[in-house]
Design a protein around this ligand. Structure first.
Ligand SMILES: Nc1nc2c(ncn2[C@@H]2O[C@H](COP(=O)(O)OP(=O)(O)OP(=O)(O)O)[C@@H](O)[C@H]2O)c(=O)[nH]1
Length: 708
């Protein structure tokens, strides 16, 4: 039979990893119960042969300590492990005591005790194979600084542990009447005959030998497994283990009254081993039955839910990486030069429209442009200003930033694919790698783009074909912008109502006129003084009245969305109020849009005219010229962004992902990764549970075979 405990300890460790709930797969342990200061810790330490249990006045045992002793003849120096903490082998038992103290004191004074056990294993050539549970001591009398509930909580915790199939080690002090022993009282309720209760009487040195021998006779409170007397006084032995045993032996030898009693720590150890072994042997059938039924359940679940399909954490990680890489690859194929150019062109065209609006469309002399452009330094200068605004506006930085932003947001998108939402850490790692690559390439790419577009800052030549393409694009751009403005205008009309809008516009026009009457009209001389008229065309003064319609509008509405027009206006009148000021604001936007549309239609006609079909007339056709410039800029920018940034990014990122997230993960990390996905965790759990139970069953069958 010897060795059964050892084998069952192995099985216990296996079962711990699949435990399905309280008591379902419990193997017998020895639970140590006793009143406070009865000497529980001293008994346990005598069994282990090491001082390691927390001691102190402040009720230091607040959680059960599940102590597994593993007889290890090959071990030179005793050591301890805390499987829940992953501290590795702890050889310093003072450190073990500190760890246990910390773990116990982590339970707050308010909570008093916790039933979450501390797991601990001791490996030593001097320990027997045993599994013991140390519990907080029963409280006889609650002191003033202890909450009243504490007594019941401890009793309830002990009650849970003294149930079948555990063996109860009831520790009583020899100098306290057994009739007052809480431990015996509690154990008697669950084990009236004492078939699984061993009495341990401590402090035998504190009573006369005949009294002590009387207690051990097992008469007053008979237990089938009997009583064992021990002496664990620190006063008797300073050192531990052998010296303690020697002094304890000497004590009992010096009192012939104990000749026929079970006494001493060595006897206790042997007794515990035998009792546990026998008890486990008797319980083997029940254990086998329990494991078999759990195994049947696990097999059934595995069949029903997963059709017996096995998975592994490794394959899950590999699949997840493949999904990511696949999506990334698809993105690289879809994000070619034409697509990048589309984005950059859109950005530059938005800029182009803004430049046109700022430089040309607000100009009161704009209607003169087609006629006067040919030999006017004024319009020539404007074209240079407009082209410069486009080419000298940090195109390098803006375009590279645009592509970086696009890539960043695409990576956000890619990394939320399928199961990746479960793997936030890994996702962040991918995003970080991607950001790092982009950051490392950013400045060189910006410099490259800026360098290559430098010539365009001074001169842009174009072929006939390029001009005609520019003309088409400029017309399309204006048409789209006009449509947008018309949609916005329509939205305002719908929100406010045509009649109210008309009234409000009338009101505005009148207010404008009144305001104009108050301000003395700007004389051509004043305009000349301001410098603008210096280069203005000669016909400007004559054209002024005709141009005034367009000069008064602001194009801000065209470059801001009119979506806010959804704001409902509920006031009909125009007396000052927040509602009326909103109404006037919308009316002003409508006016601006109307004027803007008129100007853009005028320009659209010009762009489409015969005059604008040839590059020589570029001064008269700034929209076309700027479109040609912006196309050249975008073409050049894309070429270098592709070479310097995108190619590098597309090449390096998958490799980074592989090295960090695939080859770089330890077994534990792979397991952790897989278990972040609840569905996979469930699948793995049930699969592992089944495999472990099968292994346990094999081991149990082995034990049964050997016992026959
Ligand atoms: N004289 C004598 N003192 C003992 C003996 N065993 C324990 N003691 C002393 O009794 C006191 C309590 O012993 P512990 O082992 O801490 O008792 P405990 O039951 O673990 O106490 P709590 O953890 O407070 O519940 C300590 O001062 C020990 O030195 C013994 O056999 N003889």
């Amino acid at each position: 039979m010897l060795g059964l405990t050892r084998k069952l300890i192995e099985i216990r460790q296996l079962l711990k990893s699949v435990d399905s709930g309280p008591g379902a797969l419990t193997l017998p342990s020895i639970v140590v119960v006793g009143s406070q200061s009865s000497g529980k810790s001293s008994v346990l330490e005598a069994i282990v042969g090491q001082e390691f249990l927390p001691k102190g006045a402040n009720m230091v045992t607040r959680r059960p300590i599940e102590l597994t002793l593993i007889h290890s003849p090959e071990v030179r120096e005793d050591y301890c492990e805390f499987p829940q903490l992953g501290l590795g082998k702890v050889r310093d038992f003072a450190q073990v005591r500190r760890t246990l103290t910390d773990l116990n004191l982590a339970v707050s004074d308010a909570e008093c005790v916790s039933d979450v056990p501390i797991e601990m294993r001791v490996y030593s050539p001097n320990v027997p194979d045993l599994t013991l549970v140390d519990l907080p001591g029963y409280i006889q009398v609650v002191t003033r600084d202890q909450p009243p509930i504490l007594k019941e909580k401890i009793a309830a915790l002990c009650q849970k542990y003294i149930q079948e199939p555990n063996i109860i080690l009831a520790v009583c002090a020899a100098d306290v009447d057994l009739a007052n022993s809480e431990a015996l009282r509690a154990s008697r309720k669950v084990d009236p005959l004492g078939l699984r209760t061993i009495g341990v009487v401590t402090k035998m040195d504190l009573v006369d030998a005949d009294v002590g021998a009387g207690i051990l006779e097992n008469k007053s409170y008979p237990l089938a497994l009997g009583y064992i007397g021990v002496v664990n006084s620190a006063k008797m032995a300073r050192g531990f283990s052998q010296s303690l045993i020697r002094s304890e032996d000497a004590f009992f030898r010096s009192h012939p009254e104990y000749a026929n009693s079970m006494v001493g720590a060595s006897t206790l150890r042997r007794r515990l081993m035998n009792v546990l072994e026998e008890h486990m042997g008797r319980n083997l059938h029940a254990i086998v039955d329990n494991v078999q039924s759990e195994l049947d359940n696990a097999r059934y679940e595995f069949k029903v839910h997963y059709n017996d399909r096995s998975i592994s954490a490794e394959s899950y990680v590999a699949e997840s990486m493949d999904v990511l890489k696949q999506r990334f690859k698809q993105f690289t194929q879809e994000f070619g030069k034409p697509q990048v150019r589309e984005h950059i062109r859109a950005m530059l065209e938005a800029k182009l429209l803004k430049v046109c609006s700022d430089v040309y469309w607000r100009d009161e002399f704009l209607p003169m442009l087609p006629r006067e452009a040919a030999d006017s330094p004024y319009w020539q200068n404007k074209l240079d200003v407009a082209a410069g605004a486009l080419t000298k506006s940090g195109v390098g930085k803006a375009t590279v930033q645009l592509v970086v932003d696009l890539l960043t947001s695409k990576m956000e998108d890619i990394t939320t694919a399928q199961n990746w939402a479960f793997h936030e850490d890994a996702r962040q790692q991918v995003l970080q790698s991607s950001a790092e690559i982009l950051r490392s390439k950013f400045h060189t790419t910006v410099d490259q783009v800026e360098n290559t577009i430098k010539p365009y800052k001074f001169e842009v030549d174009c072929t006939e074909l390029e001009w005609r393409e520019g003309q088409k694009r400029a017309a399309a751009l204006l048409e789209a912008k006009i449509t947008d403005a018309q949609t916005d205008l329509q939205a305002i009309k719908t929100t406010i109502g045509r009649r109210r809008l008309r009234n409000a516009i009338k009101h505005l026009n009148k207010a404008d006129k009144d305001a104009a009457a108050l301000v003395p009209a700007a004389s051509p001389a004043a305009a000349a003084a301001s410098g603008t008229a210096a280069a203005a065309p000669a016909a400007a003064a004559a054209a002024a009245p005709a141009a005034s319609a367009s000069s008064s509008f602001s194009l801000s509405s065209i470059f801001s969305s009119a979506s806010s027009s959804a704001a409902q206006l509920d006031e009909d009148d125009l007396t000052p109020s927040p509602a009326s000021s909103r109404l006037l604001e919308r009316a002003r936007q409508a006016l601006d849009l109307q004027s803007g549309i008129a100007v853009m239609q005028q320009r659209l006609a010009a762009v489409k005219s015969r005059q604008c079909s040839v590059a020589e007339n570029k001064v008269a056709c700034p929209e076309v010229y700027l479109s040609v410039v912006s196309e050249k800029l975008s073409y050049t920018a894309v070429m270098f962004i592709y070479i310097e940034l995108l190619n590098e990014f597309f090449f390096h990122l998958p490799r980074e992902m592989d090295s960090k997230l695939y080859y770089g993960l330890s077994r534990d990390q792979i397991r952790q990764f897989a278990r972040q996905n609840p569905a996979i965790m469930k699948h793995l759990d049930i699969q592992e549970r089944k495999a472990t139970l099968e292994l346990v069953m094999e081991k149990l069958k082995d034990i049964s075979r050997n016992r026959k």
